[in-house]
Design a protein around this ligand. Structure first.
Ligand SMILES: Nc1nc2c(ncn2[C@@H]2O[C@H](COP(=O)(O)OP(=O)(O)OP(=O)(O)O)[C@@H](O)[C@H]2O)c(=O)[nH]1
Ligand SMILES: [Mg+2]
Length: 273
């Protein structure tokens, strides 16, 4: 199904590789190791005189932790598989008028979203697919987060907050020409345990907030940015691709697999999986 529904060539190659049996081989190998240890323990219990178990607990503990880390690698590979197939789910969050829709337009190089100086312009979530250095991103612009009595706007705000869980990356847009307010604090509290890049937007205006101050406070990457002067655009694009280094490694490995005999056992096998 992955192969049929994958929407890029890269995703297709990834699916083919999974089909080609590497995943199966790793699972069979893990299963064999677990069966071996289980059989060894059972035999030792049945026939204790012929088994020296003095160092076995330590040995077993090491083997089990190695297996756990292989399983963790597999789970990770699923995550980056999802990112390769569907793109990095990138949520743009911020209070009204921070410049979220302008950021979406800047990153997608087109006037995708309506931008006005009226706070509360964007009411529904808006998605756009873009590619940065070969990595695909599914960017979602959202309604500005604030307390509101407007029913439609409130639905948009709730939708934005609900999208946090599914986001692989959050671009938190702050209007640096104004001091932080309770809306900024409310947002940052909601996203502290996520992968976040903080954008100090409107850097072309006189700034009320410094990069150092924000970094010290929140310990997340901070980039000074402007959708008007395009200050910080390159820095943002490289930061995103650096954060998803694993995806880039997968791209490289897929390229190697494509150009070489697929039977070659790569030394980076652990990275692939
Ligand atoms: N000077 C300056 N103005 C900006 C920048 N980014 C956005 N703006 C302006 O800020 C205002 C709000 O921009 P939007 O992109 O609509 O802001 P938003 O966060 O999407 O706002 P809501 O949809 O209301 O939540 C507009 O007047 C933009 O032109 C920037 O980098 N520099
Ligand atoms: Mg908007």
């Amino acid at each position: 199904m992955d192969l049929i529904s994958s929407n890029s060539e890269l995703a297709m190659k990834n699916s083919i590789k999974q089909l080609s049996g590497s995943l199966n081989k790793i699972i069979v190998d893990l299963r064999d190791k677990i069966l071996y240890e289980t059989a060894y323990i059972e035999s030792a219990l049945d026939d204790p005189e012929h088994y020296d178990l003095t160092d076995y607990p330590v040995e077993l503990k090491n083997k089990v932790s190695d297996m756990i880390s292989r399983v963790d690698d597999l789970i990770d590979s699923f995550n980056s598989g999802h990112i390769l197939k569907e793109g990095i789910n990138t949520l743009i969050l911020g209070k009204p008028n921070a410049g979220k829709s302008s950021l979406l337009n800047t990153l997608s190089r087109r006037e995708r979203a309506i931008v006005t100086d009226i706070p509360g312009t964007t009411r529904d979530t808006l998605e756009e697919q873009i590619t940065i250095n070969g990595v695909s991103l599914n960017i979602i612009d959202t309604a500005g987060i604030r307390e509101t009595d407007d029913i439609v706007e409130k639905i948009g705000v709730d939708k934005a907050l609900d999208s946090i869980d599914d986001a692989d990356l959050i671009l938190f847009v702050i209007d640096s020409s104004r001091p932080l307010d309770e809306n900024d604090h409310f947002i940052i509290d909601k996203i502290m345990d996520k992968k976040v890049i903080i954008l100090l937007n409107k850097s072309d205006l006189v700034s009320k907030i410094s990069e150092e101050e924000i970094y010290k406070k929140y310990n997340k990457p901070v980039i000074s940015f402007s959708s008007v002067s395009l200050d910080g655009l390159k820095a943002l694009e490289s930061k995103i691709t650096d954060m998803f280094l694993k995806v880039r490694l997968n791209l490289m490995i897929l390229y190697i697999l494509q150009t070489q005999d697929r039977q070659v056992v790569l030394p980076m096998q652990r990275i692939v999986w």
